[in-house]
Write a protein that binds this ligand. Structure first.
Ligand SMILES: [Zn+2]
Length: 280
């Protein structure tokens, strides 16, 4: 990476923090605060709509709104070392293990194991991911792209296991929405009202894109999308099957309580399997 390129990146980050407002018209990129405000508005709307219109439990709706707001920071992880990278990586490192609590339970980890796993994930994200991003990401590279938004959503989907499949899609959707809001804001900033109508800056089209100019980052990004997609599809299938099965177990326990008496031992098995097979 050329040093000049690096310098301009750091400069853009500093501008994002210091010159908020004063230079708003001239800056090439919207600042940290503009992104947070944008994604928070999106998150608030998303959560409120899910709560009012979709009947989502208020806690789930609030978690979705918060994750959407926080995800507005994610694409600028490629801005080089600085406050955004440290803050964002720190927040992600802390939130990912908490999202995974149910996943840990599914793996049958005892409390001590959960704490160890959470600490390991924190360290991996906080130091490993930060190191990778500082050394291998390029500003407005593939982190500012639609496939990157998909990857963020897929990781959330795999981390957050819920007994309600719909909640899982809602939470993963919140991250994708927050991520995309950042890309859209970056693109809006690239269009300026000039003297003779709207003017487009050089940075236009570098944020909300499906592929970049370099081959390898594109291949890596799409490779991750496909791999995570396959894992997520398999996981969704098995988790939803389990949820379905559990629902039927609870249902039959309520409807046929007599089957739990010892004298009905052989029919007990049939009672469990019948409603389950009807669904498949
Ligand atoms: Zn950006």
């Amino acid at each position: 990476m050329a040093t000049a390129d690096y310098g301009s990146r750091v400069c853009a980050v500093r501008n994002g923090f210091r010159a908020e407002g004063a230079l708003a018209g001239n800056r090439a990129v919207p600042g940290f605060r503009a992104h947070i405000i944008g994604s928070s508005i999106m998150g608030g709307g998303y959560g409120a709509a899910a709560w009012y219109l979709g009947g989502m439990p208020p806690m789930t709706a609030a978690l979705g709104a918060g994750l959407c707001a926080a995800s507005g920071m994610l694409p600028d992880l490629d801005s080089g070392e600085g406050v955004p990278l440290k803050e964002t990586v720190g927040v992600a490192a802390a939130i990912i293990p908490m999202l995974m609590i149910q996943r840990f339970q599914q793996w049958g980890l005892p409390l001590e194991g959960m704490i160890l796993a959470a600490a390991a994930i924190y360290a991996t994200v906080r130091f490993g991911l930060a190191w990778l991003l500082e050394n291998y990401s390029k500003h407005r590279g593939m982190l500012h792209s639609v496939p990157a938004a998909a990857i963020a959503g897929q990781i959330t989907f795999l981390a957050f296991v819920s007994t309600e499949p719909l909640h899982r899609y809602f939470i993963a959707g919140a991250v994708v929405l927050g991520f995309l809001s950042h890309l859209v804001l970056d693109e809006i900033w690239a269009v300026r009202q000039g003297l003779f109508g709207p003017k487009v800056k050089k940075s236009f089209g570098t944020a909300l894109k499906f592929a970049g100019p370099d081959v390898w980052p594109n291949l890596v990004a799409y490779g991750i999308v496909v791999a995570l997609g396959a894992i997520a599809a398999g996981d969704a299938h098995s988790t939803e099957r389990m949820a379905n099965y559990r629902q039927h177990m609870e249902h039959s326990a309520r409807v046929y309580p007599q089957t739990y008496q010892p004298q009905y031992q052989p029919p007990q098995q049939q009672q469990y399997q019948q409603p389950y097979q009807f669904r498949r």
